[in-house]
Ligand binder design. Sequence first.
Ligand code: FES
Length: 166
Amino acid sequence: MLGGFELTDATDVPELGSFLFTVRDMHGEHDEAILVRCADPEAAPPEGAVLDSVEADDADGDDDSSEPLAVEAWINRCPHEDQRLDRGQGAAMRDGQVICPKHGSMFDSCSGYCDNGEAKGTNLVPLDLEIEDGVVYLTDDDYRLVGAGGIDDDDDGPSSTSHIGF
Ligand code: FES
């Protein structure tokens, strides 16, 4: 088993949308992050980003379901302004890009880069992750997993299920 924090099964990351979770940084501050599917596993990630993939489930035995299922993790915040990309119902996505709900800039789900609109020239903040046996692990030295869900999802904060896998 990998060192790190178990997040979820890679197949739980929606094809259109995102898996929202909460992390704590080295200063003890909570932040939200999202897992999204990466539409183009061949895309070159920016320095520091990690491209992880797992073979998709082949429930029906068809060859077409053996495409690698890649996911990426990003801090849930548009770099243009302090705007959550996933506001609790999943981030809006189209054509392999995450759409900022405030001004509509679109970020490549694989690289995090934006080449359009108000946020043009910026990049989402990546988190390191790895996949083993179809399970996504947060392996970023700068963040610890607090739990699934957003910071304000309920009065008790995000769930703090036992994801520690060191
Ligand atoms: S806040 Fe996201 S593009 Fe402006």
